[in-house]
Design a protein around this ligand. Sequence first.
Ligand code: TXA
Ligand code: MG
Length: 331
Amino acid sequence: MAKVYQETAENIQILAKALQKGELVAIPSETVYGLAANAFDEAACRKIFEIKGRPFNDPLIVHLDSLSTLDQVAEQNQTVERLAKAFWPGPLTLVLPKKKSIPSLVTAGLATVAVRIPEHPVLQKLLQACQRPLAAPSANPFGYISPTTSAHVQESLGNKINYILEGGPCRIGIESTIVDLRDPSSPAILRPGGISDRAISAILDLPLDKPSVASKEKSAPIAPGLLHKHYSPKTHFILRSTPFTETALKNLQPKEAALCFKKPDDPLTASLENVFWLSESGSDEEAARNLFSKLRQMDTGPWESIEAELISETGIGNALNDRLRRAAAKS
Ligand code: TXA
Ligand code: MG
């Protein structure tokens, strides 16, 4: 089993040294937990793919402690500065032309690298202590539900790794927004996430390509991992075309579970053992924070199927619906 390290100065040093020696460490972040390796170390990064069962055509995100280290891994442009000022450190990943220092294994052979400066204070300490950029995908077996607590990492990868850094439950709970900035005059959102497309286009003063447009219209998929079924529970998972009604919830079969956005108003309905919800109060942020945890909890229950409703597409609702749709995708 992996050992969970609390955030002490001594433990941060132990884990920084482990990373420098080419070992893997599961790290907290404000979005989801990641499985990290020194991004300059090809052999270490190869272990990430092996442990996750991740195909080698699905590139990794490189995490930096500050903007001053960006030059080591990617080519900058003026748009980077504007977005960095507004959203870094935070849940934004930028796809930029890569530098040679990053092994092509990390970027799946692409000429670009995805970079992010995370905000989580414990991860920041580790990045500063190890003085290396860290390549880190989410710390889950490929295709399964992302982890938002150290216990989630322990459950699904604990027998394959040695180190987990404790950082508490993730504040946002959904992965970073990925923006393609290869051409700064036509930025495109490749994956909706912790920062809304509206917030990004307000800073850029430019319209953005939507994810569906970006992935369908580019002749070759530039981010292959984004097109696949993902975030999937093992339990049969389906989406409703309309929101749940009290009657629909009361008529569930005993082996069917429902995942609602908000706690049902009727206390009798809310007390049904197969009725679950993402938010007590109807807050999109709370729902996003609870999504992966709730899916994991429901996936260990006795249900033959889980049915979920979508939420309103505004703000982080767009990213939350993206995860629900991909959880329900068949291929
Ligand atoms: O919030 C997050 O982004 C978390 C935390 C740990 O930082 N990381 C994360 O990594 O979600 P992962 O590996 O689960 O998803 C990264 C996705 C890949 O599936 C790929 O589609 C895209 O980022 N990506 C990585 N490098 C890329 C590149 N050079 N061009 C386009 N897309 C890229
Ligand atoms: Mg992932």
